[in-house]
Structure formats: C-alpha cells, structure tokens
Design a protein around this ligand. Sequence first.
Ligand code: BG6
Length: 298
Amino acid sequence: MNNSGLAVEVSKDRNGADQILLRNPRGASAKVSLHGGQVLSWRTDRGEELLFTSSKAIFKPPYAVRGGIPICFPQFGQRGSLEQHGFARNRTWIIDENPPPLHPNDACGKAYIDLLLKPSEDDLKIWPHSFEFRLRVNLTADGNLSLISRIRNINCKPFSFSIAYHTYFSISDISEVRVEGLETLDYLDNLYQRERFTEQGDALTFESEVDRVYLGSRDAIAIFDHERKRTFFIKKEGLPDVGVWNPWEKKSKAMVDFGDEEYKQMLCVNGAAVEKPITLKPGEEWTGRLELSVVPSS
Ligand code: BG6
C-alpha cells in the first residue's frame, strides 16, 4: 500500500492464474484476473458485491468466467469462423510493466493495473492480425470502476474489429429493474435474426428473454434497482452501442455454467462498438472507455 492508501496486490487464484486486487482508502475493491483480463469483482466500501458471477462459473481456460466483465474482442457476437465474442476473454493476459502514458487523470488518485494481450501464433491462425491490446483497470477514490482499452494495429495491413465490455451487473430481481438511456433508439434483436426495431417504451423493463444491441446510444445509461435501492451509472466513450442481455428461464437451464434461477439476479448491459466495426490502419490506435459508478437511491 502506498501513502495515499491505494493498494494493488497480486496473488494466485485456485487454478494458478494471477489475479490483482485493487483497493482504495475507503475500502472499496476490484479484482481482476489475468485469465481473460477479466474484472471478477467490484465491491463498495461496505463490502457489497456489485457484479454478478454465477455459482456455476468455470474458472479454467478455455472457458470465460460466467460473470464479472468479460472482454469481447475481436468480435462481439458470432460471425464467420471466429468463436462467439472473440478470444480475448479466454486468453492469458500479462501485466504491462511499462505501458505508454495515459492522461494524468487516468492515474491520479486511483488504484490501477495495466494489462496487455498480444496474439499468439495460434491466435494469428484464426484471426491473422497483429495487435497490442492494453487494458487499464482503475478504481477511483470514490469507488468507481473504469476500464480503458487501447488497441493498436501493429500489422502492415488495416484490420477491423468489434468489442464489448460484457458487464454482468448484480441486481436484486430482474422484475424490479429498469434501464434508462435507451429509449427511442433502434436495436438489433438477436432473438429475431438481428432484425432492426425501434425501442418504444420510456424505459426498459424485463418480463422475458432479452438479447439486443441498441445502436448509437448517448454516453450515459442508468440501471435502477428499486428493491436494492441502488442505481448503476454507465459512462462510456468510443462505445456507441449497448448490448442488453438476460437469458431468462429456458436459456438459463441450457447453460452448463449458469444456475437455473440465476437469471433473476443478473443483467448484462454492455458498452460496445458493434454495428460499425472499428478499422485501424497500420500503426493506428483506438481508445474506448467505460466508467461504472453506483449510488444509493430511494
Ligand atoms: C450476449 C449475446 O451478449 O451474450 C447472447 O447477445 C449470448 O446471444 C450471451 O447468449 C452469452 O454469450 P456466451 O458466449 O458468454 O455464452
């Protein structure tokens, strides 16, 4: 721990993968695994867990952990021969000891860790593009969690990708939550072969399976949890789209790494860039930011 009370500790999980615990002076914390570069826990200063992880999650490669914030790259969804949601969430990342500098605001007063993913020879066989994916995970003095991704093309040809922070929020009960910030937007509905619809309601509530990508959203979204009396805020930059997913009853039963009733306690709301893939020329870098905060509500 340094003088400001910010702490960064590295330890091993039960499968031998390194995990990093970030703590701020008030006692809020976040846990990040090198398996998938995945945030697995985000807790308030009262120790309340804010992210959902399934009791049946499998913590072993090649599975991505069912919970936390898996990073979907180089694709979100399933197209072509590349695996669903890409391979970044299944790979072992390394700690980036010497990352190129970020803006001082992205470090000052924060507990943070920098991770790096580069493709292996096998990855290049399935996606033939050399890249460096740098991820900074920040925990602020207020307990906010931010993820800053920098993806650089180190190829000699351009490449395109889509990306999502597949965030599993922990909620009291799916029938008690409401999402604001997506009203009037067009969305692609994965339950109808990605057909395009327009959101009609004032806010999104849940009564059955939802699997959508909202297009071109504003940069702030809120999830109100009435029963638990708390509201999550999602702020994003460079991530125009928002995936919303709840598998509901039937799909829950079909997933080996998810409890039959757990759909009631989770909601995925994902900052993403999906509809218009991002193209990087050789040497170019893209930056995307997600910041999550939570406040008590009445
Ligand atoms: C959502 C997709 O984002 O992720 C769903 O839109 C998918 O179609 C879900 O079922 C979970 O995906 P996975 O690969 O983690 O089981």
